[in-house]
Write a protein that binds this ligand. Structure first.
Ligand code: RB5
Length: 149
C-alpha cells in the first residue's frame, strides 16, 4: 500500500523509525517531511501535505505525527476525504480502520515511544474497512456531514 508520512518538529523524533517499519512491512512510503528538525515549523502545513496526498490519490493512507497527535488530527480532519484519528492503543489503531474507515493515523511523539508507535502503525496499515452494513451506513452519514460543511 502507498502510505504517506509527515511530521512537525514535535513528531520528528519518531518519523525515520516509522518510515523504516512501514517499508519493512512492504509498504511504499511517501515521506512528505519535515526532512530536518525545525522548532519553528507548524503542524497544519504537514497535515495539509498528507491530506493532499490522499485527495490526489498519491497515497491510500497516511501517518501524521506531532507532539500530541491532537493538533495534526484537528487540522487533517478539516480536509475533504480525510478521516484522521489519534490512536495511542493498538485496538483503536486497527478498529478505527475496520469500523470508521480511518485513513490517517495521528500519533504524538511526546506521548508514545518508538516500540509502541511501531506496533500502532503496523496495526493501522494491516487493517481493512470491514464494509459491514452498519459501518457503511455510519460512514455514509459522516460523509454527508462533510458534504454539508
Ligand atoms: C508543537 O510544539 C506542538 O504543539 C505540536 O507538535 C502538537 O503537539 C500540537 O498538537
Amino acid at each position: 500500500m502507498k502510505i504517506a508520512i509527515a511530521c512537525d518538529h514535535g513528531g520528528f523524533p519518531l518519523k525515520a523509525e516509522l518510515v523504516a517499519v512501514l517499508e519493512k512491512l512492504g509498504h511504499e512510503v511517501l515521506d512528505l517531511g519535515a526532512h530536518q528538525y525545525d522548532a519553528k515549523d507548524d503542524y497544519p502545513d504537514f497535515a495539509r501535505y498528507v491530506g493532499q496526498a490522499i485527495q490526489h490519490g498519491q497515497a491510500e493512507r497516511a501517518v501524521l505525527l506531532c507532539g500530541s497527535g491532537i493538533g495534526a488530527c484537528v487540522a487533517a480532519n478539516k480536509m475533504k476525504g480525510v478521516r484522521a484519528g489519534v490512536c495511542h492503543d493498538t485496538y483503536s489503531a486497527h478498529q478505527g480502520v475496520e469500523h470508521d474507515d480511518v485513513n490517517v493515523l495521528c500519533l504524538g511523539a511526546r506521548i508514545v515511544g518508538g516500540a509502541l508507535a511501531e506496533e500502532l502503525v503496523a496495526a493501522f496499515a494491516s487493517a481493512k474497512f470491514s464494509g459491514e452494513q452498519r459501518h457503511s451506513r455510519r460512514l455514509e452519514k459522516v460523509l454527508a456531514i462533510e458534504k454539508a460543511g
